[in-house]
Write a protein that binds this ligand. Structure first.
Ligand code: HEM
Ligand SMILES: *[C@@H]1O[C@H](CO)[C@@H](O)[C@H](O)[C@H]1NC(C)=O
Ligand SMILES: *[C@@H]1O[C@H](CO)[C@@H](O)[C@H](O)[C@H]1NC(C)=O
Ligand SMILES: *[C@@H]1O[C@H](CO)[C@@H](O)[C@H](O)[C@H]1NC(C)=O
Ligand SMILES: *[C@@H]1O[C@H](CO)[C@@H](O)[C@H](O)[C@H]1NC(C)=O
Ligand SMILES: *[C@@H]1O[C@H](CO)[C@@H](O)[C@H](O)[C@H]1NC(C)=O
Ligand SMILES: CC(=O)N[C@H]1CO[C@H](CO)[C@@H](O)[C@@H]1O
Length: 325
């Protein structure tokens, strides 16, 4: 019996990892020696560092860009494609930025070695560099490369695949599971909300009319409700910014978890993972210990491997905004 159970488990495991079998083709240092003596990762890093020195928001901008890319048709740079009806025109993309720095890195690399470095890898490398700039060397990880660029981008895919801001913990876990990521990866990757902003439009109902009650969400700290009400007046059309981490908004750290445990989650999904029995123990341990940097780095590597194109799949775009003719 035990043997049958073990075999069944092994089979389940194989089935679970099968969709990402192309993962094996990603490798650390894929571009070594492939760009006419230019170190591809260093070239990207210097562009990200230079941007960071004048604009720290490059950290949240790249994190969100990488997430949206990977969750819609895999990490294939499909989010970068211009055109009517592409992913970037879908509602959840709202305020996704960072297209310009990817263009900048792409043209720098095309001038050294045309047609060699994929846009999808540039996003992955640049995001790793931004995380380290925002959090320090303990957040560093060896980024895997060898992704190829996709040639299809559909807004409808974005709507279908991106999780909603009011998802329950179990809905969020299911959305990540559909990408081959675990419940703990869900909690770890939401830790990216340690940087960056949202807008009043995502929070207003929690402040004024939670679930049709005509009152604020009782799960939100009352002092935070007052503070956010002044940023987001009830009948105002102004869509002001709100920091996702009300503690240390400028740095990549574990402050997000401390905030949500103090009922200071901004999006409903942030608050949900702090209280739900499926995720609360992970949140507690990340808030109190020093394990976040290493665990976050590992989760970023796994997110970066979601449904990638490798080998001779897809293409290496000449411009990140258009499919090669
Ligand atoms: C259940 C999963 C998630 C949901 C529902 C969610 C939702 C959102 C929403 C609604 C915003 C605000 C958008 C706006 O106001 O314009 C946001 C911002 C952001 N998200 Fe998430 N997110 C999730 C997971 C992630 C993951 C996995 C990452 C990266 C690893 C991430 C990184 C970010 C960052 C950095 C920002 C701030 C962007 C900026 O300041 O420009 N999010 N997210
Ligand atoms: C190296 O540079 C030359 C001249 O710009 C270019 O033609 C060639 O394709 C480059 N080699 C690679 C591997 O990119
Ligand atoms: C929202 O309201 C409905 C109906 O009044 C209730 O059944 C549900 O439990 C409420 N949900 C939350 C999260 O409070
Ligand atoms: C906002 O509008 C609602 C409904 O029209 C009204 O009941 C409320 O008093 C208004 N609030 C403020 C602060 O003006
Ligand atoms: C997590 O939530 C469950 C269900 O509400 C509760 O029984 C449990 O004590 C909580 N665990 C921690 C570590 O807070
Ligand atoms: C897109 O790429 C796939 C292979 O990844 C290929 O079969 C298909 O013909 C390509 N479509 C276009 C429009 O280039
Ligand atoms: C860059 C981009 O195309 N952004 C789009 C995101 O989605 C909104 C709403 O659908 C569009 O108005 C933006 O143009």
């Amino acid at each position: 019996m035990a043997l049958v159970a073990a075999a069944a488990l092994a089979l389940l495991f194989l089935l679970a990892v099968a969709p990402s079998s192309s993962r094996g083709a990603l490798q650390v240092g894929f571009y070594n020696g492939k760009c006419n003596g230019t170190d591809v990762e260093s070239a990207v890093k210097s562009i990200v560092a230079s941007r960071f020195s004048s604009d720290r928001t490059i950290v949240p901008v790249l994190l969100r860009l990488h997430f949206h890319d990977c969750f819609v048709k895999g990490c294939d740079a499909s989010i970068l494609l211009d055109g009517t009806g592409t992913e970037k025109t879908a509602a959840p993309n709202l305020s996704v930025r960072g297209y310009d720095i990817i263009d900048q890195a792409k043209s720098a690399l095309e001038s050294k070695c045309p047609g060699v470095v994929s846009c999808a890898d540039i996003i992955a490398i640049a995001t790793r560099d931004a995380v380290v700039l925002g959090g320090g060397s303990q957040y560093s990880y060896s980024v895997q490369t060898g992704r190829r660029d996709g040639n299809v981008s559909l807004a409808s895919e974005a709507l279908k695949n991106l999780p909603g801001d009011s998802f329950s913990a179990s809905q969020a876990i299911a959305a990540f599971k559909a990408k081959g990521l675990s419940a703990s990866d869900t909690v770890l990757l939401l830790g990216a909300h340690t940087v960056g902003v949202t807008h009043c439009s995502f929070v207003r109902s929690r402040l004024y009319n939670y679930n049709g009650s005509g009152k604020a969400d009782p799960a939100m700290d009352p002092a935070l409700v007052l503070k956010l009400k002044s940023t987001c007046p009830q009948n105002s059309t102004a869509n002001n910014f709100i920091l996702l981490d009300q503690g240390t908004a400028l740095t990549v750290d574990n402050s997000y978890y401390k905030q949500i445990l103090a009922n200071k989650g901004i999006l409903k999904v942030d608050q949900n993972i702090a209280v739900d029995g499926l995720t609360n123990s992970t949140v507690k341990s990340l808030a109190s210990g020093s394990s976040f940097p290493t665990l976050f780095a590992g989760a970023m590597v796994r997110m970066g491997a979601v449904q990638v194109l490798t080998g001779n799949q897809g293409q290496i775009r000449k411009s990140c905004r258009v499919v090669n003719k």
